[in-house]
Design a protein around this ligand. Structure first.
Ligand SMILES: [Zn+2]
Length: 316
């Protein structure tokens, strides 16, 4: 049955270790490997906690071909297991550079998107339909010719709307109408969330929104809002941390990937052998560990250290 728990995995790991150490027949090792292959769905945490990744990884260099092949199979399968992460943990944020490019093009196609903003015309927005001559990075409600005083004589709200617009529109391909509608909706929710008052809390929230939106290091926030992935209602309640996380999530994922690799290979336990001879002092008292340094198909590298003189070398 799939889904061996960590305790079972540890037991299997221990018997695997023992089988190898005591040079039990390959068929015996393969039997354990076979169970691991069919019953373990790897996660980074499982690999880390049980050290099973390292144990199996070592067997990729086993003298018996059936064992080494099976070990390679398993390592590859587990790598896949780990890289296919549950969608829930990474939310809607896609990973990798490819998706970033995709986002850009989605965003570019945005202007042709059938948004309902035509049905809610705002008399003041988009007078000049966006200056084609203006560098998108320099766009603002002013360059777009957008009038923000739609709240009678409430100057605070007018200024808020202008700030949200200015934050959103940086680098955008969207039309002034589209940006204006989203800015207006965002301000509307912000205002409503603060009891229809422009009090200090409202203004603090507005400032946080503005600084995060215009953050040049976080273009994804603007893109996600303009593309509708983050709705104005949601944006109005997001914390600074959440707004800043579009970028961070990507980095976190990268780090997780690195950690996984490390869990699989880096801390392979060292063993001492008299099979290896130090090239410097000639003694046979060498500790070694094996790690797969690059892709799964490449041979493992063996790192050696002479316990006599400290000389280090490696071979693969
Ligand atoms: Zn030596």
């Amino acid at each position: 049955m799939p889904g061996m728990d960590t305790k079972d995995i540890k037991i299997h790991g221990a018997s695997l270790d023992k089988a190898v150490r005591e040079k039990l027949p390959a068929s015996h090792i393969n039997e354990i490997l076979g169970r691991l292959k069919s019953d373990v769905v790897a996660t980074e945490q499982i690999l880390r906690e049980t050290k099973i990744g390292m144990i199996v990884n070592k067997l990729r260099g086993h003298a018996d071909k059936a064992v080494s092949e099976l070990a390679k199979d398993i390592v590859n399968k587990w790598k896949k297991d780990v890289s296919v992460k549950p969608k829930s943990s990474s939310s809607s944020e896609p990973k990798g550079g490819v998706s970033m490019k995709r986002e850009v093009s989605t965003n570019g196609g945005n202007s042709g998107k059938d948004t309902p903003n035509k049905s809610t015309p705002t008399p003041s927005a988009g007078r000049k339909a966006g200056g084609a001559s203006v560098d998108p990075m320099k766009r603002s409600h002013k360059t777009d010719g957008v009038e923000c005083n739609i709240f009678g004589d409430d100057e605070v709200r007018t200024k808020s709307l202008a700030m949200i617009y200015d934050g959103l529109v940086i680098g955008a391909q969207a039309t002034p109408d589209e940006v204006f509608k989203i800015a207006k909706d965002t301000e509307h929710h912000l205002y409503r969330n603060h009891g229809n008052k422009t009090d200090t809390a409202y203004r603090n929230k507005l400032r946080s929104l503005f600084f995060n939106l215009k953050d040049l290091k976080n273009p994804n926030l603007r893109k996600n809002v303009l593309s509708g992935r983050i709705e104005p209602m949601r944006l109005a309640t997001m914390t600074s941390e959440e707004m800043a996380s579009a970028e961070r999530k990507r980095e976190d994922e990268k780090i997780e990937q690195e950690n996984m690799k490390e869990a699989m290979v880096a801390k392979a336990p060292t063993s001492v052998t008299d099979q290896l001879r130090c090239g410097k002092c000639g003694k046979r008292n060498v500790s070694y560990s094996q790690a797969q340094t690059r892709s799964a198909d490449e041979p493992m590298t063996t790192f050696c250290e002479c316990l006599q003189c400290g000389h280090r070398w490696k071979f693969s």
